[in-house]
Design a protein around this ligand. Structure first.
Ligand code: SRM
Ligand code: SF4
Length: 567
């Protein structure tokens, strides 16, 4: 054996103990569900239920009032369905739409990782909702928790002939890395109880699963619409014409940081080499296992793969993967990303089917006034003329539309005022906001409920400089955990406290450079004041075609943030 380091002995964090004692993720969830005296489950089970795809939350708009009235918070659960590459059928959409009305808050949330979320599910309805999701042959296991999460991939087949194979590989990875415990089936689907979990085995994860969440995304250049560099593993498809050859592998991306903890930070993944497609699954599994063995199990703030890499050295980590997996990386192959946003409008695939990129503001599917997105999508699902492909930017692509059905699709969308989208500004089309209030327990500030109105005010500034159609990436989150990948926004706004945001500037337009902190604790007036200075300057002094993020870096308004490196 070589001189490579041995795994560290950690003093296990409390969550590690909960996992160890959980009997392969069972805990006392079943007892908690049966307890009618509270809308909550036990503290330990709130950790375990994440592995089943659910988070316990409260309605934060009501917390203070309920406390005053000496009532327990209004507990409810968010459920996240895992949808590899974000591809759902019309039948699945119809069931999900119904579940939203029947058991949740009436809306569907399309997430930044191409998954579906339901908010506001009461404990007594959790099982029924899970069973509804399962009836469509999708599920929520491993949508959250210390395991590999939903595997993302570009799924708009109109963008490249490589997309179908890459999207199918996302599903292969997702299936391969699923936890094998039968706890999910027992708890949610009433399948036979195992005694003591003796039959359970987790060949990839072991009893304590991973040190922390783990994320994988695939992208097909020139489109980085899954933000591969923000993932623990990013796979960049390398092809020869219509033929997929393999992947450049990037590791160690992650967005989350904690204010005041300088040893936490967003980080873009390093490209560590190329593997043929035949070896890609084995390499992915080995990276997961090295992280399983070497990741920090003592301090959850420092346990993501990015910190393992910075502790061990990316080159050492790569050697560990090669040695343990018995596979050598080849040097990374050339690739070029041009954008990380979505492509809107119609594109045609090699199969002759059509794909329509639609705008869904911050992924929230609902009817609001004349704009009846939820009704439009339900009608489309009913007539079965398309499938539904979630994008990594909280957007939606209607897929596999036949030429003869295109007009019908447009007519339905027009009837409900969700099409065409030409009038929507380039800023709004490229905006991401995380859920934040009122459901996210970690939010310091608004995001999804606030960014639309802030964008209207920024649009007025853009209009004065004739930049309404200029594509600018704006991303807002209610805290620095980074769920809307705000550190990859040309304009990034990160919540510090109610109504106050840190302003970051200067990310690359294709997701390959982080932005940099520009101003702290700005309220709305402060944000608009800063942008009223920067946007006209950009309009006047930009080079032809220069992106806003590149401009602020070239002008020295901010220093360039971390750039993707090739190791
Ligand atoms: Fe996230 C935690 C929502 C994508 C980094 N995220 C949460 C929780 C579950 C809050 C909690 O732990 O109690 C949020 C639930 C809010 C709610 O009410 O729904 C939440 N995250 C989301 C979603 C729904 C945002 C959205 O508006 O689309 C996204 C769901 C993705 C999915 O389908 O799986 C979502 N979260 C992300 C991303 C983006 C990505 O993966 O591309 C990130 C940054 C990338 C990364 O992981 O580094 C992200 N979420 C986090 C973190 C910080 C992790 C870290 O390493 O520091 C947390 C907090 C934690 O894990 O402790 C978090
Ligand atoms: Fe919640 Fe923060 Fe994630 Fe937004 S970024 S959903 S506020 S954890």
């Amino acid at each position: 054996m070589s001189n490579l380091p041995k795994p560290t002995e950690w003093k296990p964090s409390p969550v590690e103990h909960i996992k160890t004692n959980s009997n392969y993720l069972r805990g006392t969830i079943l007892d908690g569900l049966a307890d009618e005296t509270t809308g909550a489950i036990s503290n330990d089970d709130t950790q375990l239920i994440k592995f089943h795809g659910s988070y316990q939350q409260t309605d934060r708009d009501l917390d203070a009032e309920r406390k005053k009235q000496k009532l327990e918070p209004l507990y409810s659960f968010m459920i996240r369905a895992r949808v590899p590459a974000g591809i759902a059928t019309a039948d699945q959409w119809l069931v999900f739409d119904r579940l939203a009305d029947q058991y949740a808050n009436g809306t569907l949330k399309l997430t930044t990782r191409q998954a579906f979320q339901w908010h506001g599910v009461l404990k007594r309805n959790l099982k029924k909702t899970m069973q509804g999701i399962n009836s469509t042959l999708l599920d929520s296991i491993a949508a959250c928790g210390d395991v590999n999460r939903n595997v993302m991939a570009t799924s708009n087949e109109g963008l490249s002939p490589l997309v179908p194979e890459v999207a199918a590989f996302a599903k292969t990875i997702s299936d391969h890395l699923l936890p094998k415990t039968s706890a999910y089936h027992e708890i949610w689907l009433n399948q036979q109880l195992l005694t003591g979990g003796a039959q359970d085995e987790e060949p990839i994860y072991g009893k304590t699963y991973l040190p922390r969440k783990f994320k994988i995304a695939l992208a097909v250049p020139p489109y980085n619409d899954t933000d591969v560099f923000a993932n623990d593993i990013g796979l960049i498809a390398i092809g020869d014409g219509n033929k997929l050859l393999g992947y450049n592998v990037a590791i160690g991306g992650g967005m989350g940081m904690t204010f005041g903890m300088d040893d936490t930070y967003p980080r873009l993944a390093d490209v560590i080499g190329y593997v043929d497609k035949a070896n890609a699954l084995a390499i992915v599994e080995e990276i997961v296992k090295v992280q399983r063995d070497y990741g920090n199990r003592e301090n959850r703030k420092l346990s993501r793969l990015k910190y393992t890499l910075d502790r061990l050295g990316t080159d050492v980590f790569k050697e560990l993967v090669e040695e343990r997996g018995g596979i050598k990386f080849e040097p990374a192959r050339p690739y070029e990303f041009k954008q990380n946003g979505d492509v809107f409008g119609w594109t045609q695939a090699a199969s002759k089917k059509w794909y329509l990129g639609l705008f869904v503001e911050h992924g929230r599917v609902r009817d609001a006034g004349n704009y009846k997105l939820k009704s439009a999508l339900r009608d489309l699902a009913r007539i079965k003329v398309c499938d539904f492909r979630l994008t990594g930017n909280q957007g939606l692509v209607l897929g596999r539309v036949d030429e003869v059905d295109k007009e019908r699709v447009e007519k339905i969308l027009e009837k409900y005022n969700v099409f065409p989208i030409d009038a929507i500004s380039g800023l709004r089309r490229n905006a991401i906001a995380c859920v934040a209030l009122n459901t996210c327990t970690l939010a310091f500030a608004e995001a999804e409920r606030y960014l639309p109105s802030l964008n209207t005010k920024i649009e007025a500034i853009l209009k004065e400089s004739d930049l309404e159609q200029e594509e600018i990436l704006i991303r807002m989150t209610g805290c620095p955990n980074g769920c809307g990948r705000p550190f990859l926004g040309e304009i990034g706004l990160i919540g510090r406290s109610l109504g106050k945001y840190n302003l970051y500037l200067g990310a690359g337009f294709s997701g390959d450079r982080l932005n940099t902190l520009y101003r702290e604790m700005l309220d709305e007036d402060g944000i608009l004041k800063e942008l009223s200075l920067l946007i006209p300057q950009y309009a006047e002094e930009r080079k032809p075609g220069e992106r806003f993020g590149d401009f602020v870096v070239r002008k020295g308004i901010v220093n360039a943030g971390q750039q993707v490196s090739v190791i």
